[in-house]
Design a protein around this ligand. Structure first.
Ligand code: NAD
Length: 481
């Protein structure tokens, strides 16, 4: 049995009030770990440690090359333990080990990318209107950062936050999702082994209201970075107003995937599947909302259904498995509720819409790949984030209708479309109001490119150079000679 504690000021400790929480494997509901369940006092202790390390510990003054060295070392340790980390991630989330291995490979790249950027920005000298003066613009670390991550890509999402913050010279308090804390704990151990000074990296465990909320409320936190649901994001934004801390939000998505009738059908079907069925559809950029032009509609739906029928659902540790379970019984109940709503709204259920019959999967939180046609943007199944293996298909007639329908959403995380027409590629890319637009592809992301949402999908950007800048303040130094 794995055990896990908070990591505060370079020490591993249990909760102030002795709370513990069981962590479950979504494949069969078994208990795989028991970890500390913190409260407000633990969050405050971690904030205090980070504040001290930032104000008096010398971390922001540590030369950028030294911060880079520690981050490169951490990436090497993640690489050394990547198989263990991948298996732990699959145990905790239910996703296939193959998917977890891809995550670990991305994560090493993320730490290396931000390590490489850490010592590249020396500021700039700008033209001063006054003779005998110089003006410089420099970037400085923003300070103490609260970082709150979700359960769907636990370590990947944590690394998007940890790596740039540490590269910039910030001190962090990381709160992983209470459902999936194991890989973040393991990487905290590796950060200790890499040699980050006490108080620079702190990890606290527990629920959102008990441990997450104090991070967004505290006057000692300078920036709160959150990935999770929209309603939680709004609550965090409200409490962040208390000391006008900086807010970075990566919220949900309802991501349209538009298939024009000149698309390459086989490729579009292939990527439509990749767009949705990673981690059983529990992905913020899932292309769960497919819009198909009239002429191609029936052929596309037939091909998609045939491919979906062949998806192998099962234990993520079995090499044949292509899709694992959902994260929890409660989350599956939410997906089931959405399917019932869709049927009641008049959507046509073409495939799935139920749990698998296989008795070997009865203890896990499984749900079959599900396909609806005859959908429209008035339906809740189309407007709201289901976060499960459910695709809706809508028909459209022309380009203007496709763009209008795709943009008719409160979300703006990502969108994709398929066409062979170069002019349309440009027109539609420009017209779509989303933070990422994929042309003839779906769900492609890499650390060099910024990631984030338009509209209610979020605030700010992670990854890319801008992902580092989010963790900095800009200072103008004017010197009169
Ligand atoms: P969630 O909002 O329930 O929880 C996310 C995190 O916030 C958890 O660590 C939770 O403990 C914490 N939290 C909950 N209430 C809080 C509060 N009042 N104050 C502070 N922290 C609190 O989301 P989830 O169910 O873990 O994750 C799924 C959501 O995350 C989906 O909506 C998905 O789209 C979104 N997501 C977005 C991205 C992106 O890049 N935009 C990536 C992954 C997931």
């Amino acid at each position: 049995m794995l055990l896990g504690n908070h990591y505060i000021d370079g020490q591993w400790r249990g909760s102030t009030h002795g709370g513990r929480r069981e962590i479950h494997n979504p494949f069969d509901g078994s208990v795989i770990a028991v970890v500390a369940e913190g409260g407000r006092e633990d969050a405050e202790a971690a904030i205090g440690a980070a504040r001290h390390a930032f104000d008096q510990g010398g971390w922001p003054q540590t030369p950028a090359v030294e911060r880079a060295r520690l981050l490169f070392r951490l990436a090497d340790l993640i690489e050394r333990d990547s198989e263990e980390l991948a298996r732990l991630e699959s145990l905790d989330t239910g996703k296939t080990v193959e998917e977890s291995r891809w995550d670990m490979s991305d994560i090493m790249g993320i730490f290396r990318y931000f390590a490489g950027l850490a010592d590249k920005d020396g500021g700039e000298t700008i033209a001063s209107p006054n003779p005998n003066s110089t003006s410089r613009v420099v970037r400085e670390p923003v300070g103490v950062c609260g970082q709150i991550s979700p359960w769907n890509y636990p370590l990947l999402q944590a690394s998007w936050k940890m790596a740039p913050a540490l590269a910039a010279g910030c001190c962090i308090v990381m709160k992983p999702s209470e459902i999936t804390p194991l890989t973040t704990l393991k990487v905290t151990e590796l950060a200790e082994e890499a040699g980050f000074p006490p108080g620079v990296v702190n990890t606290v465990l527990g629920s959102g209201p008990e441990v997450g909320a104090p991070l967004s409320e505290s006057d000692d936190v300078d920036l709160i970075s959150f990935t999770g649901g929209i309603e939680t994001g709004k609550a965090i934004m409200r409490s962040a107003a208390g000391n006008v801390k900086k807010v970075a939000l990566e919220l949900g998505g309802k991501n349209p995937n538009i298939i024009f009738d000149d698309a390459d059908l086989d490729l579009a079907v292939d990527h439509a599947l990749n767009g949705v069925f990673f981690h059983a559809g529990q992905i913020c950029s899932a292309g769960a909302r497919i819009l198909v032009q009239d002429k191609l509609h029936d052929r596309f739906v037939a091909a998609l259904k045939a491919r979906m029928e062949r998806i192998v659902v099962g234990n993520g540790f079995d090499e044949k498995t292509q899709m694992g379970p959902l994260i929890s019984a409660a989350h599956r109940a939410k997906v089931e509720e959405y399917v019932a709503i869709a049927v009641a709204e008049g959507a046509n259920l073409v495939l799935g819409g139920k749990r698998p019959d296989d008795p070997a999967l009865a203890d896990g939180y499984f749900y079959l790949p599900t396909l609806f046609t005859d959908c429209g943007n008035h339906m809740r199944i189309v407007r709201e984030e289901v976060f499960g293996p459910v695709i809706t298909v809508e028909r459209f007639t022309d380009e203007a209708e496709a763009v209008w329908r795709a943009n008719d959403t409160i979300y703006g995380l990502s969108a994709g479309f398929w066409t062979r027409d170069p002019d349309r590629m440009e027109r539609v890319s420009a017209a779509l109001r989303f933070g990422t637009v994929w042309v003839n592809d779906f769900n492609v992301y890499f650390v060099q490119a910024p990631w984030g949402g338009y509209k209610q999908s979020g605030l700010g950007r992670e990854l890319g150079k801008i992902g580092l800048e989010e963790y900095t303040e800009v200072k103008h130094i004017y010197r009169n000679h």
